[in-house]
Design a binder for this molecule. Structure first.
Ligand SMILES: [Zn+2]
Length: 113
């Protein structure tokens, strides 16, 4: 496995994973569940371990370069607004042309088969 993207926000790492998966790159998120919620007498406390932030890894070495390129585009293109799929109502990152969940393309007439 080859780490290509580390970020403290698991949502961002999972979005990057979706970007890679849409391009057919085999990958997984390591340390996805390292944020620990401890409920004590003073309410919930969030414990984070910065040395094990969520870490997006690709399985094959030949995928490292294309993965890094996609993640660079993903990071530089993260200022737009996400959109909601009119078919399945999922929120879709603005960098996606099609819905990640149902592959609905919003530029195609939703009434067509
Ligand atoms: Zn959809």
């Amino acid at each position: 496995m080859f780490p290509v993207f580390i970020h403290s926000d698991p949502m961002k790492v999972n979005l990057a994973r979706l970007v890679l998966e849409c391009e057919g790159i085999a990958c997984f998120v390591k340390n996805e569940h390292t944020t620990v919620f401890v409920v004590g007498n003073f309410g919930p406390i969030i414990l984070r371990f910065p040395f094990c932030d969520p870490d997006l890894c690709v399985l094959y070495e030949e995928d490292v370069a294309p993965a890094l390129k996609l993640i660079k585009e993903f990071k530089s293109d993260s200022s737009g607004a996400d959109w909601q799929c009119s078919q399945c109502q999922e929120m879709v990152p603005h960098s996606f042309d099609q819905c990640w969940n149902c592959s609905h393309d919003p530029t195609i007439n939703p009434q067509s088969p």
